[in-house]
Ligand binder design. Structure first.
Ligand code: F6R
Length: 242
């Protein structure tokens, strides 16, 4: 794992955006898997902005949404679906055929997981962009998730249910999430994990310095052969050295 610490959220986001753009320039048919949330938002806006201004060709890429809140409609502004359309797909004018998001209203959860597993197996993920939950989750791979897990529906941790309210306009009941599995996260060619802000400092300390364990899934980044942990100064402030 390589740790990179940037001055602030702006610089962190610019660096993450550059990694995404560089990946696509190197492999125009790349399969990218993107988390949503507060952390990567600016990076995606920067990607969209640069792609348009610099005419970076994303037309051959495929984008997978890392996860989704089960039972939440795609037009809910708190959904991962809405987020990726709003900050990335719409500004980049991306074609629907390039986009692979979970259907959180699907009756057949297994079929929904199988579809994603098939796509990942067939292509392999070139670049995976993830944030870190306050409980160390990656996607909705909650503490204790099997390291060999593929795409699955997870019962959400209490911390995830509480923190997750921040994305929604009003109080919602969120019990389950569908997510790409830890095995698939770890098998991505490149893993980019991002965190910013003072409230993520204890989480980053654990992710980078604790023993590797699925009881804090973010620690797995330590053993990814091409893993990058990108933070701002605030999120890195509790690290022994950076
Ligand atoms: C969302 C996702 C989550 C978030 C994590 C951090 O698609 O995969 O694991 O990355 O909960 O969220 P923020 O960035 O809002 O702090």
């Amino acid at each position: 794992m390589k740790l990179k610490v940037y001055k602030d959220y702006n610089e962190l986001s610019a660096a993450a955006a550059a990694m995404i753009i560089d990946c696509v320039k190197a492999k125009p048919e790349a399969l990218l898997c993107f988390a949503t949330g507060d952390t990567p938002k600016l990076a995606y806006e920067m990607v969209a902005d640069r792609a348009v201004k610099e005419k970076v060709d994303f037309s051959g890429t495929f984008i997978i949404g890392l996860d989704e809140w089960m039972g939440i409609s795609p037009d809910n502004t708190g959904s991962c679906h809405w987020f990726l359309h709003e900050y990335l797909f719409k500004p980049m004018n991306m074609d629907a055929s390039q986009i692979h998001l979970f259907n959180a209203l699907a009756k057949n959860e297994k079929a929904e997981c199988d579809k994603m597993n098939k796509l990942i197996r067939a292509n392999g993920i070139d670049l995976m962009v993830v944030g870190i939950g306050m409980n160390g989750h990656i996607g909705f791979n909650e503490p204790g998730t099997d390291e060999n897990s593929l795409t699955h529906v997870a019962v959400l941790d209490e911390i995830t249910k509480t923190v997750g309210q921040k994305y929604f306009a009003g109080k919602v009941t969120i019990e389950k999430g569908i997510t790409v599995g830890l095995k698939q996260v770890m098998e991505a060619e490149k893993l980019l994990m991002m965190a910013n802000g003072k409230n993520k400092a204890p989480v980053i300390k654990k992710a980078a310095e604790d023993n590797i364990s699925t009881s804090f899934p973010a620690t797995l980044i330590q053993k990814h052969p091409n893993g990058f942990l990108l933070t701002d100064n605030e999120a890195a402030s509790e690290l022994k050295q950076n």
